[in-house]
Design a protein around this ligand. Structure first.
Ligand SMILES: Cc1cc2nc3c(=O)[nH]c(=O)nc-3n(C[C@H](O)[C@H](O)[C@H](O)COP(=O)(O)OP(=O)(O)OC[C@H]3O[C@@H](n4cnc5c(N)ncnc54)[C@H](O)[C@@H]3O)c2cc1C
Length: 390
């Protein structure tokens, strides 16, 4: 268990430099980087940790590089993160295996908890099981309501960082911005399975795309099999459950079925593709999935979350010293240049995945000309420029 190092009552009596809402990869890394800058940081999450999350748990080369450059590679080694050496990509009974270079797998229970522990070591304060809501903007701070059970207090910070994830609506609830979901968006789904078939071996990422969605399967550091999927809502309805749809996708490939694939406690997510209109406002920045997210096929979400934390930290430090409106504009431009643009390729891939037959033809093509897959793998492994700014 990760124990908070402050009580909710103690949070009321001070003005923080930064309150970070959400302790996923985005909020966790931001807390570490900001605490290192000697800022008074309060990291808040509505859940207790360790907590699981619907996620493929694959850190691509970009994400791994960011952790290394931040001096956090021990999080991977100490938790026995698994190196993923190859990806087996299938569709309609055709599959292709190609090498991956720098991908690692680590369960979200361990990754997110380790980031929080590290943030506390660096001097940040962490409060769990606490729901945060934005309050009023004052001339020198932003108010934040913190609710824990029956207790509610008002705290405030010079800057609030929203890292509240895919379903987080911190700014939308306050009418600071609107959320725009794509019309044809799929839903995320995930489960972990305890005693999976040996076919799903350590170090290989299996992905299959078929009628109604796609599913990725990978072994975690403790041997569990993590299944993470993007499903068409209509296909879930047609099959009766998320587990039944996943089963049919694996059957389309003739891959062995985990015994409890249908009965396991699948969890869903809100619509996967969407974004908010504004990623910054006065004394307020947004990073990670809360700012915008594209379907997870290329496994880039955590890299984007880390990149956001990395880029926004210097702007927050400036804003704490002296807020000026230009900082919100700077974040909007940086976000567009380094994250929105990088998400473009994922949008294209997510669109192509709607046609499993096309994916099958693509796989046959790649089998004939394997070098064609190299640019995409290289793009996913390439560190974003943000890494150099740590
Ligand atoms: C099916 C699927 C598979 C995926 N596979 C991969 C993959 O293999 N690799 C990869 O890199 N990415 C993957 N992703 C994406 C990845 O999970 C996300 O991009 C990543 O979790 C984003 O991190 P975050 O910190 O922005 O948000 P989150 O990890 O969602 O964290 C947000 C936190 O905010 C807290 N919170 C929300 N609202 C409040 C509030 N009001 N008050 C207090 N706390 C609050 C939540 O409890 C949560 O802990 C996948 C996603 C899905 C859906």
């Amino acid at each position: 268990m990760i124990k908070p190092n402050i009580s909710i009552e103690e949070c009321a009596s001070q003005i923080w430099d930064v309150i970070i809402v959400g302790s996923g990869p985005a909020g966790g890394l931001a807390a570490i980087l900001l605490a290192r800058k000697k800022l008074r940081v309060l990291l808040v999450d509505k859940q207790s940790f360790p907590r699981s999350k619907v996620c493929g748990c694959c850190l691509n080369g970009n994400a791994v590089s960011t952790l290394e450059e931040a001096g956090l590679s021990h999080i991977l080694s100490e938790n026995q993160a698994v190196a993923v050496r190859e990806m087996c990509l299938g569709s309609k009974k055709t599959h292709l295996t190609f090498p991956l270079q720098r991908q690692m797998v680590l369960s979200r229970e361990r990754l997110d908890s380790s980031l929080i522990s590290e943030a506390m070591i660096e001097g940040a304060f962490f409060l769990d099981t606490t729901l945060a809501e934005l309050g009023q903007l004052t001339p020198s701070s932003r108010e934040v309501f913190l609710k824990q059970g029956d207790i509610q207090i008002l705290s405030s910070a010079k800057i609030v960082l929203a890292a509240d994830g895919l379903g987080g609506r911190l700014l939308v609830r306050k009418n600071i911005t609107t959320h725009l979901a794509s019309n044809s968006t799929r839903l995320g789904a995930g489960v972990t399975i305890l005693d999976p078939p040996d076919f799903f071996k350590n170090g290989t990422l299996f992905m299959t795309s078929g009628n109604g969605g796609y599913v990725g399967l990978v072994r975690l550091e403790d041997g569990r099999l993590d299944l993470a999927a993007a499903f068409d809502p209509i296909a879930i309805k047609k099959h009766g459950s998320m587990g039944a749809l996943a089963k049919s996708l694996l059957q389309e490939m003739n891959w062995p079925l985990p015994l409890d694939i249908e009965t396991a406690p699948w969890r869903g997510t809100p619509a996967l593709t969407g974004h908010i209109e504004q990623v910054a406002s006065e004394r307020l920045f947004v990073i990670g999935d809360a700012a915008g997210y594209i379907e997870p096929f290329t496994g880039e979400g955590m890299a984007w979350a880390f990149t956001g934390a990395n880029f926004v930290a210097p702007l927050i430090a400036k804003g704490v010293a002296c807020w000026e409106p230009g900082l919100a504009k700077q974040w909007t431009l940086k976000y567009k240049a380094h994250i929105t643009n990088r998400q473009g390729i994922c949008k294209v891939i997510a669109f192509l995945l709607r046609w499993p037959l096309l994916v099958k033809l693509g796989l046959i093509g790649l089998r004939a000309f394997p070098f064609l897959s190299k640019p995409v793998v290289a793009m996913l492994d390439k560190p974003s420029k943000a890494v150099t700014s740590i």
